[in-house]
Write a protein that binds this ligand. Structure first.
Ligand code: RUQ
Ligand code: CUA
Ligand code: CA
Length: 640
């Protein structure tokens, strides 16, 4: 069992013993993972759920039939390329929102409407069918979520998708120019200049991999590759501007006043091999002065790269030496940091150390002072750099001054007090900043608390995305699920409440109060330009070889009992679901034509295909809708 440490001094000695930095870090990583394999159940596992009964949480986790959750959770699905919607605290998966990759349930990537969002090649086929989602965050108003949008990234193809939180569907996808390995995202929380804009209007995107600029120039020399930080307009989803930087981007954070965004940098070395990327003792947390960047763009102080029209401003060291005009500031943080998170008291950004056993606390007011020329040394903005354990990755908050950081190598969550850490760093060695430690199972990456990065952080639940589940679930062959663990943080001690196996490979997530979104369950016919508003408008409309089939669904029948086509026709089939009551969804499948999609109440969708196979094809309803669901079909007759 891992030794628990309570006082900062005890903790220092233990960390000292286990300390590994420099070149030992990678070896340490392997040892850390291996050592966990036969780790006995920790104190947390031994604590019975009943011990949480005092907070009422254990009851909350196991909802009675018919009871609803109190929070929504939005989870990125990793390289399944989707977003998951969970009810919390039960952890029940309620929905998957397809965005970047095709989805057979709803026909995402099959219908013309979804293909238009996803992007197609000249021949009409999908441009991409793989994706790797990492981070998801939602739009803000006055420092809390406003229920309009969520965004999610695709690291493989550098795409940003937007999810409408009224219908829980993806409505726009933007591919970022000039970058690869788009990783961190965060919406801004208000405008840096205009006080009337107290809500999200920008989404910031960090590119992790450096590439030649443009990507067909200077291919061999890796030291010349560059990385960019990108701003996307939250409404139009157009790319507004980019910043050319030294080093790379990783995770992203934004301040509550709208003035600052930051990304942690683990590759200030600009290395192309991992040994190079971990050769420096310190990397950086790179700050962006949003108002100044936008002034520079307005003043025309930018260039463009290759065929992209996006303005690119200079955020390099060289171009930003004078604090009073600087667009960027590189704050030094220990070796290969990972997450950067904004504390809900609006005062700090916290960088986790990853290859350093530390967390670094940067005070935002001091950063603004530096940009005003009033802070002598940039690194004086660091108000704490304290040891918390091995492999720190991401940090969540309870709104009571405590931070919760995942320790990948220790397989723990450490709860630490930010103000106490600041005191300790300032020289008060009696300041006990580590409040609690809890073993998790195993190797945690992302972590988030209910309402964590909002001014309404409520300190109730903590979810931890454990990358390895090892022995926690029934074995199902070589591929293990991940283990999303739920922790009660309402008391002084963290209490482990539940394990949930999840299909690979969730990364980031947010958890927010259910009343912050107002989901709609029935569409409006007018939302769809192609809607077939009346069953009487159904029929086959021919224009040479181009044929439009208009059809409606109303349980238990489609408006056309049969429709006739000729071999070689280019067919666009439009289906409107005229059922207008909640939960009455129909499906439409065409055998041998690779077509299946669903239509929700009052929704319209279309598909286009060539009628290249003559014969009779029973198109049938694939979504259970009625006692006569099996009888709900129509005949597509293709004449040779
Ligand atoms: S990163 S495990 Cu892709 Cu979110 Cu930190
Ligand atoms: Cu309509 Cu099943
Ligand atoms: Ca580094």
């Amino acid at each position: 069992m891992r030794q628990k440490t309570d006082t900062p001094s005890e903790q220092l000695s233990v960390i000292g013993r286990r300390k590994f930095i420099n070149t030992a870090a990678l070896a340490g990583l392997t040892v850390g993972v291996a050592a966990c394999t036969d780790k006995p159940a920790g104190p947390a596992a031994a604590a019975s759920p009943a011990s949480a009964a005092g907070h009422g949480s254990s009851n909350g986790v196991h909802l009675k039939p018919g009871e609803l959750d109190t929070y929504y959770g939005l989870w990125s699905g990793g390289h399944t390329g989707d977003m998951r919607v969970l009810g919390m605290p039960s952890g029940r998966e309620i929905h998957r929102i397809p965005c970047f990759v095709p989805d057979a349930l709803v026909g995402w990537g099959v219908t013309n409407e979804s293909k238009a969002v996803m992007g197609t090649k000249a021949d009409g086929s999908l441009r991409y069918t793989v994706a790797d989602t990492h981070h998801t965050h939602a739009s803000y108003k006055d420092g809390n979520y406003d229920g309009r949008y969520a965004w999610i990234n695709d690291k493989i193809n550098s795409r940003l998708a937007r999810i409408r939180l009224d219908y829980f569907v993806c409505d726009k996808i933007t591919q970022l120019p000039n970058v690869q390995g788009f990783h961190g995202i965060f919406p801004d929380k208000r405008d840096p200049v205009d006080p009337a804009i107290n809500y999200t209007t920008r989404v910031f995107c960090g590119a992790e991999f450096a590439v030649p600029l443009p990507n067909n120039a200077g291919i061999e020399d890796g030291s010349k590759y560059r990385s960019l930080f990108t701003c996307v307009d939250a409404e139009t989803m157009e790319v507004r501007w980019q910043v050319l930087i030294d080093g790379n981007c990783d995770l992203t954070a934004t301040s509550f006043d709208g003035k600052l965004a930051a990304t942690n940098q683990y590759n200030v070395e600009m290395g192309v091999k991992y040994e190079d990327m971990m050769s420096a003792e310190r990397d950086a947390c790179l700050f962006f002065n949003i108002a100044r960047i936008e002034e520079a763009v307005k003043a025309g102080k930018f260039k463009t790269i290759g065929s992209s029209k996006v303005p690119v401003v200079d955020g390099t060291h060289e171009g930003n030496k004078d604090p009073k005009t600087a667009l960027t500031a590189y704050v030094s943080v220990p070796k290969n940091p990972h997450g950067v998170n904004a504390s809900p008291d609006q005062k700090y950004f916290i960088c986790a150390g990853k290859l350093s056993p530390t967390a670094t606390v940067i005070e935002l007011a001091k950063m603004l002072n530096w940009f005003d020329g009033k802070l002598e040394k940039l690194d004086d903005a660091i108000v704490a750099e304290v040891e918390i354990g091995l492999g720190p990755l991401h940090t969540a908050f309870d709104g009571r001054g405590n931070a919760y950081t995942t320790l990948f190598l220790d397989s723990q969550v450490v709860k630490w007090n930010v103000e106490a850490a600041i005191k300790f760093h300032a020289g008060d060695k009696s300041a006990k900043y580590v409040v609690d430690r809890l073993d998790v199972h195993y190797q945690p990456g992302h972590i988030n608390a209910s309402q964590s990065e909002t001014i309404a952080a409520d300190g109730k639940y903590l979810a931890v995305g454990c990358k390895f589940s090892k022995d926690r679930f029934l074995p199902v062959g070589p591929l293990h699920p991940e283990n999303e663990q739920l922790i009660d943080i309402s008391g002084d001690k963290m209490v482990l409440l539940a394990d949930h196996p999840v299909r690979g490979e969730p990364h980031d997530f947010i958890i927010f109060k259910r009343d912050l979104v107002k989901p709609k369950q029935v569409y409006s016919l007018d939302d769809f330009p192609l809607a077939v508003k009346d069953a009487k408008d159904s029929g086959v409309f021919r224009n040479g070889k181009k044929v439009t089939v208009k059809i409606t669904s109303q349980a238990p029948a489609f408006s056309l009992r049969e429709f006739k086509l000729r071999k070689g026709d280019e067919v666009t089939l439009i289906l409107t679901n005229l059922d207008k009551i909640e939960d009455l969804t129909h499906g439409f499948a065409i055998p041998n034509y690779n077509v299946n999609f669903i239509v929700n109440p009052l929704e319209t969708k279309s598909v286009t295909f060539i009628a290249d196979q003559p014969g009779v094809f029973w198109c049938y309803c694939t979504h259970f809708c009625h006692a006569l669901h099996l009888e709900m079909r129509t005949r597509m007759i293709v004449e040779a």
